[in-house]
Design a protein around this ligand. Sequence first.
Ligand SMILES: Nc1nc2c(ncn2[C@@H]2O[C@H](COP(=O)(O)OP(=O)(O)OP(=O)(O)O)[C@@H](O)[C@H]2O)c(=O)[nH]1
Length: 557
Amino acid sequence: MLERAELVRSADPEQFNELVGQLNASIKAASDRQRQKLEYLKAYQLSFSGRFDLGIEAAKTLFENSTDIETKVQAGSLIVNSYAATRDFSEGLRYLNQMIGLVDEVGDPEIRHHAWAAAGSISNHVGQYEQGIRYADLMLADSPSARTSCFAGALRMEAFYNMGQLSGRETEVRTIIDECVGAGEPLFANYVRAYHARLMADRGDRNGAIVLLSQHLDEVEATKYPRVIGEVYATLAEAYLAAGDYEAADRFARGVMRHATAMASSAPLVTAHRVLYESALQRGNNAAALAHHINYFDANSAYLNEVKARALVYEQVLGETREKNQTIELLNRENQVLQLREEASALATRNTQLAIALLAVLLGTIAFWAWRTKRSQVKFQRLAETDALTGVSNRMDFSRRAEQALAYCSKDGEEVGLVMFDLDEFKSINDRFGHATGDWVLQEVAKVCSDICRKNDRFGRLGGEEFAFLLVGCDLPSSVALAQACRKRIAAIDTTSTGHAFAVTASFGVSGTRASGYDFLTLLSRADDALYQAKHAGRDRVRTHGLEADTTTVAAN
Ligand SMILES: Nc1nc2c(ncn2[C@@H]2O[C@H](COP(=O)(O)OP(=O)(O)OP(=O)(O)O)[C@@H](O)[C@H]2O)c(=O)[nH]1
């Protein structure tokens, strides 16, 4: 029913009213969208029946509140048309500006075309003919129905006529008339027919023009639409005047004036006064000619003022729109600036975070490399200090540590002993059982001797098969006792795990700080002397240096 009502709304007002009545009765069953459609049709009904103020009010409510874009655009189009009909062009243009941006979102082509038709019509009304043509062309490029082609064609012709560019378009004019007739739109067919008649008269075919319009005069009058009647009558009046039929010219001119209230400040009214004036003048009725000329002058001034006023209205609304758009643009820019600022601050935060992360990575890398370097240093230092075969201090490390300990003990006179020993006949072990067995012996010796060391004692391999102890806090007898203990442990080494059974012995030389002082090299050299004596005395024994030698010598076993 809604669709049917929409279809017949302009062509069959009676059926339309009936359908709206029925729809009103069944409103309870309607969906939201259907309700809005019905509201639109009721607004249309009000405007169509001449109650424009009520129609506009209802359409405005719908335009503001409708959630359905199609109904919104339909309501907008109705507002624009109604304001144009009541000659409130400024309000019409304001609503056009609000509505026209929504048209592209409308799916139904009929509704789109209706909106563009309203836009084209009001554009022509305010003298913006190029815009009128543009809207008409949008309709023609959008697969128009015959009815839409008729509307669009009429808009184009109206614009071209008013721009003085109608000549040469006779074929197009004929086609449009045919389209309007075919679409069952006598009003528009006759409106364009008036332009056709003008074109014919312009090229000298006044009779043709008169015949064309006269043939359809009943049809024109049946439309009851003053604008069309005015155009047709004015064209006929002009044609009859040019043809010298003053009576007929006067008749049609007066016919225009019968509709004067609906035609105020219009081109047909100006034409009508001019025809009456010229007709009177041609017939020598100067008094009447003067009276008509005054009327003609007034009508022309009023018309020109109206044209100017409409152009001003357009400029004013255009200015308002620009201002509004500029404000919107300004707000958009401000928004953009705010957005950019936010982005910049987010970027700065991200940069800071990145910098912190980078720094952390850098510090981590530095720490890692520092740790690795330190570890390598420690490793190299240990390697540099350790004898690779036995794992005890090497000569260099032993000497350094011994010197440190001696320097420390020398301060408070604490006694220190130095025990040096050398394996006996070691060459013969190597020779008899091989170098690997010799190495094994060196490792075993280092192990048994390390085991008897106290916490502060130092033990090291001086080189080859030569080892030494530095005994902090040990006088000479204590040092000799440790040497003896060590000698016994060496002699007790069980070599059978090497596959050979042989004896391992060592000869010991002992020196002490009480007799030799705290100089390491002196102590070492004196222990070495004692060791030499031990070797000389038959090996596997302990000897002390110097005077103490006889008292502390302990024989082997
Ligand atoms: N297997 C092994 N042999 C070594 C090592 N360092 C030195 N030697 C050997 O130790 C032997 C030392 O021999 P000598 O200096 O003649 O002394 P010796 O045979 O112990 O005789 P005396 O000291 O007089 O009892 C040499 O044959 C060296 O080659 C080592 O690290 N491993």
